[in-house]
Write a protein that binds this ligand. Structure first.
Ligand code: ASP
Length: 355
């Protein structure tokens, strides 16, 4: 009996040690992987065959009547192309992360928008880019800021999320990381378009030396973003930008700040913001929207309006946001002249709009 007892207790001891070291291995060695693993093991909720995509190409912009019809058409065509790209992924059962990344890549490559090629220029006449992406299913996020040689910053942000244990990489470190990941590097001049150079020269001519001036409303627009709900009920958000014309070297806006310009959580919503970044950071806009829904049960459209029209409106903070909730309801509020935007749903409803 005695010897059996000894055997039993040492067996238990060995077992305890085994499980303790297993637990330590996961907690200390791979805390983030364990979190992702748990989320991945959750059964897919399913979404009764519904998907939704919402995109933006920046708030601010010209007042109605100041853009030529051709120019308006160019913007609407690109927004529609972006919607088609993302819709195809979602309709074929693709995931929301792939949809938002693909859409944002497309808009980054399009010189009309203030992201990737066509980004606005900082006080030194250089494009410094910020981007972020967030997965509402796992709660994981990635971001890059102040990068000057990464062709598609949002893809670098996704690599930060998926290939590192960090959330944000900035400047040189982000650029080296992106190159090591095989992402396409470009010369900084790739981003500069004649139109942005012209805006920068106009800004420079008016800028007071030593004083950081605020760019005109129409020079601020063009940031791009996408939010999506896929067939499995998973939400994702992505945002990419050149920031604001004449911004100080090293200035980082709200777009790559998780909870300010970009946020996604499966049981509330996915959000991408655009506008005067400093206000969006101070008001933690994207997370605020999710919190209003989570804690007060506020519908997404009402929460969006409350933040953009009331809260930011009272602070004279210009901007807007796009959001989709877990049931596919959307919000696209803006308090500026215009916000390039659009949405598409599995129901067949779709729209691209400016004013
Ligand atoms: N939110 C961006 C920033 O402040 C700019 C914009 O959306 O227009 O960097």
């Amino acid at each position: 009996m005695k010897s059996k007892g000894i055997h039993c207790s040492s067996f238990l001891k060995i077992n305890r040690m085994f499980f303790a070291s297993l637990l330590w291995f996961f907690l200390a060695g791979f805390p983030l992987s364990a979190q992702v693993k748990q989320a991945l093991e959750e059964p897919a909720k399913g979404n009764s065959g519904r998907w939704t995509l919402v995109i933006h190409g920046g708030a601010g912009g010209p007042a109605r009547g100041t853009m030529t019809n051709e120019r308006e058409k160019d913007y609407l065509d690109k927004l529609n192309e972006a919607l088609q790209l993302g819709s195809k992924i979602l309709a074929n059962g693709g995931n929301s992360l792939d949809a938002v990344e693909t859409v944002v890549n497309f808009l980054e490559d399009c010189p009309l928008f203030n992201a990737g090629r066509g980004a606005v220029l900082n006080e030194n006449g250089k494009a410094e880019l910020d981007a972020a992406i967030m997965d509402g299913r796992t709660g994981m996020a990635g971001a890059v800021a102040g990068v000057t040689t990464i062709k598609n910053p949002v893809t670098a942000a996704r690599a930060v999320m998926e290939k590192t244990s960090h959330v944000m990489l900035v400047g040189k470190g982000a650029e080296e990381f992106a190159e090591n990941q095989g992402l396409q590097p470009v010369d900084p001049s790739y981003f500069i378009t004649p139109e942005r150079l012209d805006s920068w020269e106009k800004w420079k001519a008016k800028a007071t030396p030593g004083k950081n001036s605020t760019p005109a409303e129409k020079e601020k627009s063009g940031t791009v973003g996408a939010v999506a709900l896929d067939l499995k009920g998973n939400l994702a958000a992505a945002t990419s930008t050149g920031g604001m014309t004449g911004k100080m070297v090293g200035r980082v806006g709200d777009s790559p700040i998780i909870g300010a310009g970009t946020y996604a959580k499966n049981n509330t919503c996915a959000v991408s913001a655009t506008g005067h970044g400093e206000y969006f950071i101070r008001n933690v806009v994207a997370y605020d929207l999710s919190a209003l829904m989570e804690y007060l049960g506020m519908p997404v459209a009402e929460a969006g309006k409350r933040i953009i029209m009331e809260k930011l409106g009272q602070q004279k903070a210009a901007g807007g946001l796009i959001a989709v909730d877990k049931d596919g309801n959307i919000a696209m509020p803006f308090n500026t002249n215009a916000m390039f935007r659009g949405f598409a749903k599995s129901t067949g409803e779709h729209e691209a709009a400016i004013y």
